[in-house]
Design a protein around this ligand. Structure first.
Ligand code: SF4
Length: 285
């Protein structure tokens, strides 16, 4: 893994495309992702962005944006004004092209410094999206930030299977992520489990019952309609659909998502979001 420190001029990016209906801005504390060689990295749509990879192999590099908090301070006033005028509110998605809690966060603390800076200069809403149980180490700044703005923690748990035949190990175990979700939820944080992308689930009733006990809501997101292409074609360039079809042939079609939504709705009535609607906080009734 090639880890380098870089300085950036801007850290807040105005959203476009599918994220535009979710938040006004996205924020990436890192470029690249240390989890690129783990299970979630196989289907990760960011690997297809030449803008991010510059031709480097996904999972082989991480750029640490060491001055991210200062860059945020330099932009926040102007971007807050723009967002409130043009998008109705100033909301941040952290992160859509990396994970804010890569292992290197322990050493560099970029995400932590951003959260602490946001306590003084808050957005109207922060969505913190991660695949890592390490998010629970940020309970303190998150609790302070919650006093200043709406904070939603999105923790991805794509399946109840600790290992999936044909795929590398998870970045964080399913068990560790459930424990982190429950701890945050029980401490009063808004926690959403993002089942994204939806993988074959061994025991759906048990899985969604556990989510209901560990989180405020759930988002179910299939790679079709969920990977930034209209028909899942980005994911079809990877081995993911082939591997999933071997485990559960139905899981590569949208009917499987609908079946999981029905089961989830019994356990979390009114708290199930589907695909981009869920990310935008619009839940099924
Ligand atoms: S943690 Fe997120 S950004 Fe990183 S490889 Fe996994 S899906 Fe991609």
């Amino acid at each position: 893994m090639d880890v380098s420190e870089v300085e950036v001029e801007n850290i807040l990016t105005r959203t476009s495309g599918f994220l535009e209906t979710v938040t006004s801005h996205s924020l990436q504390p890192y470029r690249g992702c240390s989890y690129g060689n783990s299970l979630c990295g196989v289907g990760c749509y960011v690997q297809h962005s030449y803008w991010v990879t510059k031709g480097r192999e996904w999972g082989s590099f991480l750029e640490v944006r060491s001055n991210a908090a200062d860059a945020y301070l330099g932009q926040v006033e102007r971007e807050r004004r723009w967002a409130r005028e043009r998008r109705g509110s100033f909301s941040i998605f952290m992160s859509s092209a990396t994970d804010p809690f890569v292992p290197q966060e322990t050493r560099y603390g970029v995400t932590t410094s951003l959260l602490e800076t946001m306590v003084d200069e808050p957005p109207d809403q922060l969505i913190l999206q991660t695949h890592s149980q390490r998010v629970r180490n940020s309970q303190n700044p998150l609790a302070r930030l919650r006093e200043r703005c709406e904070v939603r923690v999105h923790l991805s748990i794509e399946t109840d299977r600790e290992s999936v035949d044909g795929l590398p190990p998870h970045a964080s175990s399913v068990e560790d992520r459930f424990t982190a979700a429950k701890q945050l939820h029980d401490s009063g944080h808004q926690v959403t489990i993002t089942v994204s992308p939806l993988l074959p689930i061994a025991e759906p009733e048990r899985f969604f019952a556990r989510i209901a006990d560990s989180a405020t809501s759930v988002i179910i997101d299939h790679f079709i309609e969920g990977d930034g292409s209209a028909d899942g074609s980005r994911t079809r360039k990877t081995i993911l659909p082939e591997v999933l079809a071997k485990i559960e042939p139905a899981s590569v079609g949208l009917d499987y998502r609908e079946e999981m939504v029905r089961i989830a709705s019994r356990h979390l009535p009114g708290r199930v979001g589907v695909s981009i609607d869920g990310f935008a906080g619009r839940f099924q009734r």
